[in-house]
Design a protein around this ligand. Structure first.
Ligand SMILES: Nc1ncnc2c1ncn2[C@@H]1O[C@H](COP(=O)(O)OP(=O)(O)O)[C@@H](O)[C@H]1O
Ligand SMILES: [Mg+2]
Length: 274
């Protein structure tokens, strides 16, 4: 009998990183060393780490974007639904069911909300795209109200919802999000969190990168902490929330001086009771 160490119950592995090592600049900069990470079907898995820890690099290794950023997968493998993704370009990985919301909400600013969504469905037929877009507009009323608006004129929170909607246009089995709460107000962060939970409940597995550990761990089935180029800690969301080093690093003030969600939350509570 094996002990369940990934909060997975009996679910099958959807995504597996096996001893993944990545470097940049022709091997001069080592970014990841022997990273092991698994997302089981139906899970929300969170990847924590301070700035520069290698979180975005991990997603690039999965999405196939590494070669486009000057990076290379030096050793190890990325398996999706049991198949090695080696040699598959980013579009092929999207087609296989892996969608990503990139850091910094990269919507197309000069396209409308509708046009951004259509662009997101680029591997799908026109009929599929129209159907999925209708579902996404239903899910995000704010986007439905702004269908003809240029994305660049929307607020940060609205753009983030559009970026998520655009990624969903592919009907992914795995949705990856790179710091979706960065720079957004606590109320919007809460909304985005609820959307991620909804998307997951509807059957999409999630790999979420966050510095907002309090928010992310609260919804995580399982979580990994990257430190020193590799996985330094892992456990269920509850286990990591209780971990003193995680509390110190991620639940106080973030390493780059930004206030974490928890700090802002505590401050609001104090304000509310005084
Ligand atoms: N395109 C790149 N070229 C060279 N070095 C890079 C590149 N992207 C990231 N790095 C380096 O790799 C390490 C991990 O970066 P990154 O994955 O972006 O971290 P995180 O997303 O956790 O902040 C950092 O030391 C960073 O400077
Ligand atoms: Mg990053």
């Amino acid at each position: 009998m094996s002990i369940d160490r990934t909060g997975s119950g009996s679910a099958r592995p959807l995504l597996e990183l096996i001893d993944v090592s990545v470097s940049y600049s022709g091997g001069a900069v080592r970014a990841l060393q022997d990273v092991q990470l698994t997302v089981h079907e139906g899970q929300i898995v969170v990847l924590l780490g301070v700035n520069g820890a290698g979180k975005t690099t991990t997603l690039s290794a999965i999405s196939g974007l590494l070669p486009y950023t000057g990076g290379s997968l030096d050793s190890g493998a990325v398996l999706f639904a049991g198949q090695d993704l080696k040699g598959r370009n980013p579009a092929a990985r999207v087609q296989r069911g892996i969608s990503m919301v990139m850091e910094g909400r990269r919507v197309f600013p000069d396209l409308t909300v509708d046009e951004n969504l259509t662009a997101g469905g680029f591997t799908r037929t026109r009929a599929e795209t129209a159907q999925t877009r209708a579902q996404i507009l239903e899910m995000f009323p704010i986007l439905a109200q702004r269908r003809r608006q240029l994305a660049g004129l929307m607020s940060g929170g609205e753009q983030q919802m559009l970026a998520i909607g655009r990624a969903l246009m592919q009907r992914p089995t795995l949705l990856m999000l790179d710091e979706p709460s960065l720079g957004l107000a606590p109320l919007i962060v809460e909304q985005i969190k609820n959307y991620i939970v909804d998307i997951n409940r509807q059957g999409t597995s999630v790999l979420l990168i966050e510095q907002n550990a309090a928010v992310a761990l609260a919804i995580a089935d399982y979580a990994y902490v990257l430190d020193g180029k590799t996985v330094a800690r892992q456990g269920t969301g509850a286990e990591l929330l209780a971990d003193s080093s995680v509390q110190e690093l991620y639940l106080g003030v973030a390493a780059d001086g930004r206030r974490s969600f928890r700090a802002a939350h505590d401050e609001r509570r104090k304000g509310a009771t005084s």
